[in-house]
Design a protein around this ligand. Structure first.
Ligand code: MCN
Length: 787
């Protein structure tokens, strides 16, 4: 393989062969001598008192080793904490016991755990645990939960309000007063339905406690092993240095493997009590009931605009459903990651926005791909279309009119964020060209054919990622840092191992991180091993989420690689008997300026560093370097997505005809991987627009409890995506990169909803809530045409 120009090269993912040939080792593949299996007994009630738990029959079941209830865990496991204590919001953090003792608060809440010699015995015996429940009234709707007389989940949380958080900038009331007098005011209620993340691999944990040494080793499906270790220490009381957390192959997470779950601590507890390794792996049904959900907002929103389409203010309130307990990052998602992005890529100077986080008898809600930004983008992008319609402008032109101009970056928004760089106009123009916007509009004017209506929908988005400066994390209440670590270790044979604190689980950094190091040190990608996901091998790092791995982890890595190069340059100069200033490095070769034939390769220099027979004075043997990088700001990727759909007015069916994504994630390391990330993200975003939605009965039963009812789409349901990019480097990180892992999800939902509603406009339908199923569309059309 050519050594040069690795940065920007379309290299196939090196991790894929083992993944697609079934040779990867996931948590459930682990077999340890003497390993036991755990099954958690979960409440069938959404809200009930736990009167008594009868375990005798389960204990007597063949193969059962132990049964523990919530009472058995009392005093042995601390409550499961939340890690995002957003300030200034009167946040309530009611205790979340690992297993319920007195009250269960959602269908799926754990009440007991059975440990047995095999999975089947554990499962059979779990069915024999008889729990006496006294059912209580439940509430699943966040708006109802805050009303007087609604069922109360936690004793010290009046009206189930976990927090009330506000963001304000400029003078929204004055802007609305002006728009009322001489402009346009639009109000709309939006529902951002609850979603289920659906990673291909469900969650699982294997714990092995060694009572001799006091060491606990945990293999678990986590996106952030060091955070998992820290929280395992907090919950179990086992000292942090005694805990090793390993993330084996992790089959996707989409945010659902960020949190520290009660189940992880329970498995560790079971191993400690039984003295044997214990495995717990959820099946898909359990995953739906025990792994976090995402989104679930109800929003009342108003925008104020001048008659010429200049949007002047946003005002509104969101009720964010948090489920029964505060999951690890839950409070930060609808506030910091959502509320602060409400003005999007526009120069909207005035905002007044409130978010109320509400407990309900449902599965806890936390970060799901995009986490807060898809919700914000959906709101603002739907509103831009409604403004366009009212002021009779083309939706593309309203957006362009309100864009933050290129020469205004870094730009401080009304919410107080500083956008690093942006050039929104060219991305919009490119997307319009690629989809043939004008031609589509011309077709549209010709009217429907066979009662099929053409619609075109835009979404011009900006998002916040690359989380993030640790000082800001602290200021907004995140109970951790957000820097990243990296080590580049050269080996005597001239190959390298790279250790990174990020923890990829499908994103491809084993390839792109090798590209970064290969580019810096002139090594072939195949000579570089990328190691991640093991607290026993890697320096503290904060993991993979918030599209931070490349921006923050990549920056740490390039810094470490440059340190290696600097030391190698010193050694090369010594070997070449030249002054360091005269040594030139290019594509793995050190030469002397003006004497290109005097050369030492990086491999020769590395060997010399390890042999240490003749090193320059003051230079230590070996060749490796570490770096810790804390960014000075977030990064703000942006772009334009456009969807073209046809809606069949007879059946309500939506056909996705064409989809264009023009994204700008700064400099691109691997275009193939970024395309893949955009494809996956777009699919998830479109799924929210058209098909997916978790549904609860009023009593708190999850009605979409399996893939038979929860509509995860198939590849055949999508057209070929046209992906393109513009490139606006982030000025504040050494690679010029911005995150790419979530843009597709963030941008695509409103593009498709706007397209469907554009198609339905001639039929008088101006608003519909997601998912836009044929039934919902058909009913809306017929409600209008029947009048
Ligand atoms: N990349 C690049 N050039 C850039 C930016 C990124 O080549 N300018 C590459 C990266 O090096 C990496 C990939 O694109 O290979 C995504 O990188 P990045 O934007 O840094 O995002 P993260 O690796 O931090 O991934 C997190 C993001 C999130 S938050 C979710 S959720 C998500 C996602 O990525 N979950 C995923 N993508 C996923 N993809 C898979 N397969 N599975 C998941 O669970």
């Amino acid at each position: 393989m050519a050594v040069s120009k690795l940065f920007g090269a379309k290299i196939k993912r090196r991790e894929d062969p083992r993944l697609i040939t079934g040779k990867a080792t996931y948590t459930d593949d682990l077999q340890l001598p003497g390993m036991l299996h755990a099954q958690i007994v979960r409440s069938p009630h959404a809200h009930a008192k736990v009167v008594r738990v009868h375990t005798r029959a389960a204990r007597a079941h063949p193969g059962v080793v132990a049964v523990y209830t919530g009472k058995d865990l009392e005093g042995k496991l601390n409550p499961i904490p939340t890690a995002w204590l957003i300030p200034g919001s009167d946040l309530k953090t009611p205790p979340h016991p690992a297993l319920a003792t007195d009250v269960v608060r959602y269908a799926g809440d754990g009440v007991a755990v059975v440990v047995a010699e095999n999975r089947f015995a554990a499962r059979d015996a779990a069915a024999l645990v008889r729990v006496e429940y006294a059912p209580l009234p439940a509430v699943v709707d966040q708006e109802r939960a805050v009303q007087d007389g609604a069922p109360q989940l936690h004793p010290d949380v009046p009206r189930n309000v976990a927090f009330t958080w506000r963001v304000a900038g400029g003078d929204a009331d004055a802007a609305f007063a002006e728009a009322k007098r001489d402009g346009v005011v639009i109000s709309q209620r939006f529902l951002n339905q609850r979603l289920i993340p659906n990673a291909i691999e469900t969650r699982g944990t294997v714990a092995r406690y060694n009572s001799g040494s006091g060491d606990l080793t945990v293999w678990t499906t986590t996106q952030n092993p060091h955070i998992a270790r820290f929280l395992m220490c907090v919950v179990t009381g086992i000292p942090e240095q005694k805990i090793r957390v390993i993330a084996p192959e992790v089959g996707g997470g989409f945010g659902s493997k960020i949190p520290f779950y009660a189940d992880d601590a329970i498995v560790a507890f079971c191993s400690k009590m039984t003295g044997q390794p214990v495995k717990w792996v959820e099946d898909r049904r359990e995953n739906y009931l025990a792994t976090i959900h995402g989104r679930d907002h109800i929003t009342d929103l108003e925008v104020a605009s001048r008659k010429d389409g200049t949007v002047t203010a946003i005002r509104g309130k969101t009720w964010a459903n948090l489920g029964a307990y505060l999951s690890t990052a839950a409070p930060g998602v609808p506030t910091i990651l959502h509320g602060l992005m409400m003005t999007g890529c526009y120069t909207i100077p005035n905002i007044s926005y409130e978010v109320q986080g509400v407990f309900t008898n449902t599965v806890p809600v936390d970060a799901y791909r995009g986490a807060g930004r898809p919700e914000a983008t959906y709101l603002i992008e739907r509103m831009m279309d409604l403004v366009a319609e009212r002021v009779k402008m083309d939706p593309a032109e309203v957006r362009r009119k309100n864009f933050i101009p290129h020469d205004k970056f870094p730009y401080t928004t009304a919410e107080g964020l500083s956008y690093d760089s942006g050039n929104y106009g060219p991305a919009l123009t490119k997307a319009l060209d690629l989809i043939g916007y004008q031609r589509l509009r011309d077709f549209q004017k010709q009217g429907p054919k066979d009662n099929r209506y053409l619609g075109v929908g835009l979404s011009t988005y900006v998002e916040i990622c690359g989380l993030g400066p640790s000082a800001v994390a602290g200021a907004v209440g995140f109970q951790g840092g957000l820097w990243e670590s990296a080590t580049v270790r050269m080996h005597p044979t001239g190959k390298a191992t790279v250790f990174t604190g990020i923890s990829p689980h499908g994103q491809g950094e084993e390839t792109t991180f090798a590209q970064i190091v290969g580019e810096e040190l002139g090594l072939p990608v195949d000579d570089i091993e990328v190691v991640h996901g093991d607290t026993g091998a890697i320096s503290m790092g904060w993991g993979t989420y918030g599209s931070r791995s490349t921006v923050v982890g990549g920056a740490a890595l390039v810094t470490a690689a440059r340190r290696v190069r600097d030391k190698a340059t010193k050694i090369a100069a010594h070997m070449l008997e030249a002054s360091e200033a005269d040594v030139v490095f290019d594509q793995g070769r050190f030469s002397v300026r003006g004497s290109p034939d005097r050369v030492k390769t990086i491999q020769e220099v590395t060997l010399a560093a390890y042999l240490a027979w003749s090193l320059p004075p003051g230079v230590e043997p070996s060749l490796e370097a570490s770096a810790y990088y804390d960014p000075s700001n977030f990064t703000f990727p942006f772009g334009t997505h456009i969807a073209a759909v046809k809606v069949d007015a007879d059946t309500g069916e939506v056909e996705l005809r064409r989809y264009v994504a023009v994204d700008d994630c700064g400099r691109v390391i691997n275009p193939l991987i970024v395309d893949g990330q955009v494809h996956g993200g777009v699919v998830q975003g479109i799924a929210q627009a058209l098909w997916e939605g978790a549904a609860y009965s009023p009593e708190g039963q999850l009605l979409t409890g399996s893939m038979m009812d929860y509509a995860v789409p198939k590849a055949s349901m999508f057209p070929m995506f046209i992906t393109e990019r513009t490139e606006t480097p982030s000025p504040h990180n050494p690679l010029g990169v911005k995150g790419a892992g979530e843009t597709g999800t963030i941008a695509s939902t409103p593009a498709v909803v706007n397209a469907v509603l554009d198609a339905l406009r001639p039929l008088g339908v101006t608003h519909l809530d997601m998912p836009l199923t044929p039934e919902r569309i058909w009913k809306a059309i017929h409600a209008k045409t029947r009048r």
